[in-house]
Design a protein around this ligand. Sequence first.
Ligand code: DGL
Length: 280
Amino acid sequence: MIGVFDSGHGGLTVLHALTERLPREAFIYLGDHGNAPYGRRSESEIYDLTLAAVERLFAEGCLLVLLACNTASAIALRRLQQNWLPEVAPERRVLGVFVPMVEVLAGVSWRDGTSVPGKVSPDGMVAVFATQRTIHSGAYPFEVGLRAPRMRVVSQACPQLVAAIEAGEPEAVLRELVSGYVAEMLRQTEGRVPEAAVLGCTHYPLVAQLFAEALPGGVQLLDQPTIVADSLAEYLSRHDRFAAAPGDSGRRRFLTTGDPERVSAFASRFFGAPTSFEAA
Ligand code: DGL
């Protein structure tokens, strides 16, 4: 089975796109609800929690784990891929949602630096909305800058948005928050309108419509779950050893470090279908 990890509910928006795109693959989702949110945690805490989650999914037999959390990807992915994995499990793989997004922004493959279809002009401007921790990591501008040095990445933290979405705040409250973050971003650009906007947190697809309303006309909103699903499909077409065994085809399991009953009740909003979580 392919492991999909998030700090809590947000990764279910990615899992939803994965199951639509790859219905025959087998997925096991792990939400670290017991320790969420990650957005305001320290880098070392996020690294340790992400490592523990990957180990847990490896123990379930996953050969491939996707970090379906931008915060975990921004902080832990490079270190896990470069230092930890080669030592402990060189035949397994850890991928992150942040990588396909960098690829379509920069128009350059992460793997070998060759050109891939990009969604923004090489000297264009893109706004990234994400958690405080993802923004402070600088991972988006750093990775995009390595591959597309003329592109301007405007980083906008949205510190209260995950908690407000999790709390099920009314739409009017969410709208006000989103408008405030968009206005802050436009102050940074001194009114210049970006070509595209990245919702760089797995919770934000739930308020994508509010971002679309708040952003000036003509800004392309990049849909991370779809981009990640397309990228994983392409990856599996090159690495069929990670594809589901015939007996597992279409299997789904949901694990949580939180309270399975509470999590299951809330999770369907994110997944778009009923889910039944087990204790991790
Ligand atoms: N899922 C996380 C992300 O994509 C946000 C939630 C959190 O702060 O734990 O950045």
